[in-house]
Design a protein around this ligand. Structure first.
Ligand SMILES: Nc1cc(CSc2ncc[nH]2)c2nc(N)[nH]c(=O)c2c1
Length: 372
């Protein structure tokens, strides 16, 4: 069954949409934040805990699983859903981004990318064909095209050559997929921070009439205001009847700003990563639980939060666990941060439904400390 979005409502004052993302592994309400499970696990969480937290779709990574344990082993296990005991939806990133940010990059050619594994330094090669075949072996519900995430900053010439190669690579991904699997392929718009290049990339990508489109090449170190500016002119170029996915975003404020600009899907490693080093997300801003100020604080991270951690544990205890490098600390902090984000997204969906998203943003930003 194809991946498709059912847009239930378009906000009357912003570009926000309320929708349902239909996938072979369930229907997910949008806008949605997708937890990241890079190595076939959302670190420290069992699939049952993820479901309890409200997660319906998670991300995993071609690059990592290709290197270890290998996609053939996962195919042998019956695919990624069976291998990791997750019956919700899975979106897999194509590996391009990770090669640039993780592997010891050797070189990019028209054929693909040669690199050295970050695990053992051995020479590896990923191409649009290989990245697509890996994702088919994993059996993911949403397959991301093999793209080059144009680094920031980039010259116009580099950005133009890069987006044009990404388009050629997308066509090779599409040719690799069978007709049925093509219904899972999302294209990725590049073009760095140049409006005319974003227009060109969007035109080339949307010509292929894919089931969904991602805005790539953002959240790569540029100022947030610049990211929002690029979204302002890029998102309207994407078809309204297809899901829009902003890759690698983000923090609570960026999630709200992205929804206002018409984004349906988000993912970011930060919430789970900062949880493991003792930082909690709250509606009042970030709380660094490991700091001394929490040592004698026997209140929960956030008294308004309904998560298992906030209902049963104090900041003092969490600080102790994190300082003592206790595994339970990693788990309790992750539970809180993921629940915070699923609650944030459901509050955003309610605000869209009730025509009060701009007011919700104002209130959130004021409480969160963004509007002094
Ligand atoms: N910022 C950003 C983040 C990611 C990783 S998204 C992700 N993969 C695994 C977890 N999360 C990107 N991935 C691709 N393929 N292209 C991009 O332009 C891009 C940009």
């Amino acid at each position: 069954m194809a991946v498709r979005i059912e847009v239930l409502k378009e906000d009357n004052r912003t570009r926000a949409r309320l929708g349902k993302l239909h996938t072979p592994h369930g229907v997910i309400e949008t806008p949605v934040f997708m937890p990241v499970g890079t190595q076939a696990t959302v670190k420290t969480m069992t699939p049952e805990e993820l479901k309890d937290l409200g997660a319906g779709i998670i991300l995993s990574n071609t690059y990592h699983l290709f290197l270890r344990p290998g996609h053939e082993l996962i195919r042998e296990a019956g695919g990624l859903h069976a291998f990791m005991h997750w019956d919700g939806a899975i979106l897999t990133d194509s590996g391009g981004f990770q090669v640039f940010s993780l592997g010891d990059l050797r070189k990019i050619t028209e054929e693909g990318v040669e690199f050295r594994s970050h695990l053992d330094g051995s020479k590896k090669f990923l191409s649009p064909e290989i990245a697509t075949q890996v994702q088919m072996a994993l059996g993911s519900d949403i397959v991301m095209a093999f793209d080059e995430c144009t680094p920031y900053p980039a010259t116009r010439d580099y950005a133009k050559a890069s987006l044009e190669r990404t388009t050629r690579w997308l066509k090779r991904c599409q040719e690799t997929l069978t007709t049925t699997d093509r219904q899972a392929l999302f294209g990725i718009v590049q073009g760095s921070m140049y409006e005319d290049l974003r227009k060109q990339s969007a035109a080339e990508i949307t010509e292929l009439d894919l089931p969904g489109y991602a805005v790539g090449g953002l959240s790569v170190g540029e100022p947030k205001e610049l990211m929002y500016e690029v979204l302002d002119y890029t998102v309207p170029l994407l078809p309204k009847d297809k899901p829009r996915y902003l890759m690698g975003v983000g923090s609570p404020d960026a999630l709200i700003e992205g929804v206002m600009r018409g984004i349906d899907m988000f993912d970011c490693v930060l919430p789970t990563r900062i949880a493991r080093n003792g930082t909690a997300l709250t509606r009042y801003g970030k709380l660094v639980v490991r700091n001394a100020e929490s040592a004698h604080d026997f209140s929960p991270i956030d008294p308004t939060c309904d998560c298992y951690t906030c209902k049963n544990y104090s900041r003092a205890y969490l600080r102790h666990l994190i300082k003592a490098d206790e595994i339970l600390g990693l788990r309790l902090m992750t539970i809180h941060n993921l629940r915070f984000l699923t609650n944030l997204m459901s509050e955003i969906r309610a605000a869209i439904k009730e025509n009060r998203l701009p007011e919700y943003r104002e209130k959130f930003f004021y409480e969160y400390g963004y509007l002094k």
